[in-house]
Design a protein around this ligand. Structure first.
Ligand SMILES: [Ca+2]
Ligand SMILES: [Ca+2]
Ligand SMILES: [Ca+2]
Length: 379
């Protein structure tokens, strides 16, 4: 732990050196509370494979075991499961990112880090938001989804790789019992107007959730829970509406580093549960049906076909035609995936170049820190 303050100083210094005076930047990861993420494949804090475990991270490389979403019926093949989506039931900054007023945090398939793209209000541009070393000093294989803000380990909505059993989003039990289904794969297919023949391939791979206090997500109909041929049944041969739990939405989360939002009260009084999500790519032979870079926003109280709309954020609409790799990776587009696999939002901070005197003090601080560490080696 002795290294932590030193690392914090180094990180701060690095952040400051790359930021022009007065520029608005996404809040650095170490300053955001309540961070959780899931690796592919799922691991625990010791770096060992542990299906359905998610990790808490401090933004300086240290990880702790977060919740484990393993409350499935006896006989479920837990070892085959992997979390690919994480959210809190009332995601902080949900409305801000949907309204293009807060930076979007995301990852592309294969990334070992999280990226950001600025909102239109604060200026365009994109970059790395959290590096592999900031996420997990023990190493990242490739990042799946993440959850930010609020308390530690508070993520309470998750998705599984492949959406087995035709369930897109699950919730852990509120008081004992088993995980309950919250959104089915058929509901997602309906919301994006996907032909039924592609349902076996439909897989939500990143999402944010918005369910204000006292609001329940609309229960699935019997049609919404009809089995999908070709989907792993997860040992749930006869799952149905009875496996749905009417969970009330949660309390607002803590505010991080941004001023209280005057529109928050109005947003909390809006009684419509919402979902921001992306899915895995779907191919039909050589034809791309969905490239996985789509981001939709869906008012879940609207059960019409095609009720979801593409997110417009940072001056672009995240539809199938938007070339994600080209826009985000530029000349390195060939090494980038189109597939968005993580979705979150952060506030912004205004960074300034420190006065020369401050630099001298920081450098002196670094030197002192180095001396202290050298004089007191670990036993
Ligand atoms: Ca995972
Ligand atoms: Ca999934
Ligand atoms: Ca995707």
């Amino acid at each position: 732990m002795r290294q932590t303050p030193l690392r914090a100083i180094v990180c701060t210094a690095l952040a400051l050196t790359v930021t022009p005076s007065g520029a608005v930047i996404p809040t650095p990861p170490a300053n955001v509370f309540g961070k959780e993420y899931t690796d592919r494949v799922d691991i625990n804090a010791k770096g060992k494979a542990e299906p359905l475990r998610e990790l808490e991270w401090d933004g300086l490389g240290i990880v702790l075991d977060g919740p484990r979403f393993d409350k499935f019926p006896r006989g479920t093949n837990i070892a085959a499961l992997d979390v690919d989506g994480l959210a809190y039931q009332l995601d902080f900054l949900y409305m801000e990112v949907v309204q293009d007023r807060a930076p979007l945090i995301f990852a592309l398939a294969g990334d070992k880090f999280y990226r950001y793209r600025m909102d239109t209000r604060n200026g365009k541009g994109s970059g790395i938001w959290a590096t592999e070393k900031q996420i997990n000093a023990g190493g990242v294989t490739r990042v799946d989804d993440l959850d930010l803000h609020g308390g530690n380990g508070d993520a309470d909505r998750f998705s599984l790789v492949g959406d087995p059993a035709g369930v897109a989003i699950w919730a852990p039990p509120s008081a004992g019992g088993r995980n309950s289904l919250q959104v089915t794969t058929r509901q997602i297919g309906n919301a994006i107007g996907l032909a039924d023949k592609y349902l076996p391939m439909l897989d939500v791979d990143a999402f944010m959730f918005w369910q204000p206090i006292g609001v329940k997500t609309p229960a699935p109909s019997s049609n919404d829970t009809k089995p999908i041929a070709g989907k792993d049944k997860l040992g749930l041969d006869d799952f149905g509406p009875e496996d749905f739990e009417d969970l009330d939405g949660g309390p607002p989360q803590e505010i991080d580093a941004i001023p209280p939002d005057p529109t928050l009260a109005a947003e909390l009084n809006d009684r419509r549960p919402r979902l921001l999500f992306s899915v895995a790519p779907i191919m039909d032979g050589q034809n791309v049906v969905l490239d996985g870079g789509e981001i939709w926003e869906w008012d879940m109280s609207n059960r019409n076909v095609n009720a979801a709309r593409f997110l417009t954020h940072g001056g672009v609409t995240w539809s199938t035609t938007f070339e994600v790799a080209k826009a985000i990776c530029g000349k390195n587009a060939a090494n980038c995936s189109e597939d968005v696999v993580a979705l979150e939002a952060v506030g912004t901070s205004v960074a300034a170049i420190p006065e020369p005197g401050t630099w001298a003090m920081m450098l002196a601080g670094l030197a002192v820190g180095a001396v202290v560490i050298r004089r007191h080696p670990r036993a």
